[in-house]
Ligand binder design. Structure first.
Ligand code: NDP
Length: 390
């Protein structure tokens, strides 16, 4: 039996992972499940999968979780220290699917076990990529991508030499507003932004898809995972979301990863890796696919893509600034304090006020430094939002 833990079990990715595990429960011993505010879901899943431990990230929900799991024998805990305790519990496979920078500390801690960390939490790689990579190596751990694009790239690279890679192309659906007149974007509402044409995902990543901040994070993620320079990373708008990524080689060959828009494929690949195992996603019928379209992304519509390249070029802790400012701007948009296009303005201004972040040497970055930079960048972004008169 493989011992597995899921961080962010109550979210969209966590629930997809549980959907896979529940099909063959005798293959897995569930060690820890963590969630946030969705206590009913967390308690139900912990009971059903007979987890050893259930953790809510928020101490104010501890009483509810204790009540929901009373008599079950499952260890119940809450807060950041409890997430770390869960990450210390020996497991063969740990899924990092908390949303936002909050996923970084438990993910880093899990790596110390020398385990396999399946990483959906792209924000931690953007904020602290070199640190995550260093810790992975230092502890003999394995980091597997659970983003559809990066899983696709990873699969296309099996058996290949990185020296032969000329380009990595990641696709973007274009999100909710890809066909909107650009002048209408300033007045786009929350309800409009949180509806995705192809993927069924959590609220935050869905809005990030509409603004392309999600793709910007993925460009940085690509650089961190695969160690390529930004000139080798391309983004192409592909409204059908059938091709997730392509890798181009020095002989002109291009490997494209094609599949349905269902995150269970990427999660299942990481779960079964290094083998392939059955995953119950739709099988594509090419005769029924009407067409596959591609178009270059418009960086006036999606300034986040330009910012991503600037972040990579700046280096150091600039990714931590970018992610923290992005999360703060997204909070402000969700709260109705700023408009849709102002998110990128806030992030760009926060980057320009935190240029010191670039001076850090990647090899010396620590969790403490990332946290301080994250905190400062959030303060800066809040200040910018206030100054904008929102
Ligand atoms: P959701 O918002 O659906 O779920 C987030 C999870 O994190 C929930 O379990 C939530 O708990 C928990 N959580 C929220 N805030 C905190 C916190 N401060 N501390 C600890 N846990 C917290 O997100 P998604 O599943 O959509 O995304 C998860 C991660 O995977 C993100 O990094 C995202 O970018 C990435 N990703 C997602 C994809 C998708 O298809 N959804 C695709 C590729 C990557 P609760 O809900 O109980 O409050």
């Amino acid at each position: 039996m493989r011992r597995i833990s899921i961080f962010g079990a109550t979210g969209s990715i966590g629930q997809s992972a549980i959907d896979l595990i529940r099909r063959t429960p005798d293959q897995y011993q569930v060690v820890a499940l963590t969630g946030g505010r969705n206590i009913a879901q967390l308690a139900n899943d912990a009971r059903e999968l007979n987890a050893e431990m259930a953790v809510t990230a928020f101490p104010e929900y501890l009483g509810d979780l204790q009540a929901a799991l009373s008599g079950s024998g499952i260890t119940v805990a809450a807060g950041e220290a409890a997430l770390i305790e869960a990450a210390d519990r020996p497991a063969d496979w740990i899924l990092s699917a908390i949303v936002g920078a909050a996923g970084l500390a438990p993910g880093l801690r899990a790596l110390r076990q020398g385990t396999t960390l399946a990483l959906a939490n792209k924000e931690s790689l953007v904020a602290a990529g070199p640190l995550l990579m260093r810790e992975t190596k230092a502890h003999g751990a394995t980091l597997l991508p659970v983003d559809s694009e990066h899983s696709a790239i990873f699969q296309a690279l099996v058996g290949e030499e990185m020296d032969a890679v000329e380009r990595i192309i990641i696709t973007a659906s274009g999100g909710a507003f890809r066909d909107w007149p650009i002048e209408n974007l300033a007045t786009a509402t929350l309800a409009q932004a949180q509806t995705h044409p192809n993927w069924d995902m959590g609220q935050r990543i869905t809005i990030d898809s509409a603004s392309m901040f999600n793709k910007a994070l993925e460009v940085i993620e690509t650089k961190e995972y695969f160690g390529v320079t930004p000139d080798k990373i391309e983004v192409i708008v592909h409204p059908q979301s059938m091709i997730h990524a392509m890798v181009g080689f020095n002989d002109g060959g291009l490997m494209a990863h094609v599949g349905p828009a269902d995150m269970r494929h990427a999660i299942g690949y990481a779960l079964h890796w290094p083998k392939r195992g059955f995953v119950p996603v739709e099988r594509l019928d090419f005769a029924k696919l009407a067409k596959l379209e591609f178009r270059a992304p418009d960086e006036l519509r999606w300034p986040a893509l330009r910012l991503a390249r600037e972040v990579i070029n700046a280096g150091g802790l600039t990714g931590a600034v970018f992610n923290a400012a992005k999360e703060t701007a997204l909070d402000a948009f969700i709260a109705g304090k700023i408009g849709f296009m102002q998110m990128a303005e806030v992030v760009e201004e926060a980057l320009s006020r935190n240029t010191d972040a670039a001076s850090h040497n990647n090899d010396q970055v620590t969790l403490d430094m990332v946290r301080k930079t994250d905190h400062l960048a959030r303060q800066t972004a809040k200040e910018i939002i206030r100054q904008q008169g929102a």
